[in-house]
Design a protein around this ligand. Sequence first.
Ligand code: MN
Length: 327
Amino acid sequence: MQGKIALEEHFAIPETAADSLGYFPEAVRSEVAARNADIHGKRLALMDEHGIEMMLLSLNAPAVQAIPDKARAGEIARKANDYLAEEVQKRPARFQGLAALAMQDPDGATRELERCVSELGFRGALVNGFSQAGDADTVLYYDLPQYRPFWAMAERLDVPFYLHPRNPLPRDARIYDGHPWLLGPIWAFGQETAVHALRLMASGLFDVHPRLQIILGHLGENLPYGMWRVDNANAWIPNRNKWPAKRPLGEYFSANFHLTTSGNFRTQALMNAMLEIGADRIMFSTDWPFENIDHAANWFDNCAISENDRIKIGRTNARRLFKLGND
Ligand code: MN
């Protein structure tokens, strides 16, 4: 398919480049570093080769979220955003930006989101899970009350927020002891991000800000498979779901979430996502540079879905959500 738009696509700046390398064996680290540093070279050539018209770019992970010093985190976020704005300006028809945000400082993140959208023309934000704030052991999830003004700004600006994975802290990862292979994209990323998304749903955030739109990668971090059970487990027990939100969580999933195909190039999993959330809320992505563009595009271009759905998922859903103009 020509004209695809991809939106979980990363780059690094020198200050964050090393964050990506720990996930990869020594043999491919130089390749990962080169992919992360490049925007207009090999990346653009692969986009041309595989029918990707546009990438919405975002900083690598965990980057800003793993800098406990709030001032330093804010400085790195602004630096990454200014660099991204310059790169987008070189080819705005091929690249657009998603903001990095130092959520350690809710007020600063709110101002930076407004700056990125209003002044730099970014289309939304991508944040790498919880933020470490003040010290490395203090973690903040965004269902906490201090984030309500931030969410009010995101709703007012009418831009989506991509909740991207990171690993849990070692103290919260003891279930993986002895099995380090479970960390990262194989399992822990999805588990960590799905729980964060459920916290947002259950908190009542979407009762207060019903127009907020959250994006999850990897075909929903396993949530499409689990949402029904979240609302229905032990349904014979009266009044058992004691969360602050007013509605069953699946209703927020259907109204306030979008999914991308990043790193999950599996037709059976896509079918499940389409049956749970619908083709209008799924968008093509690759997860470059950590997954291959050819793997994503060759699968998506040929998977057994209708051509109408392929066009929605490959292009028009993203154009609508990010206000990229009508075809
Ligand atoms: Mn990613």
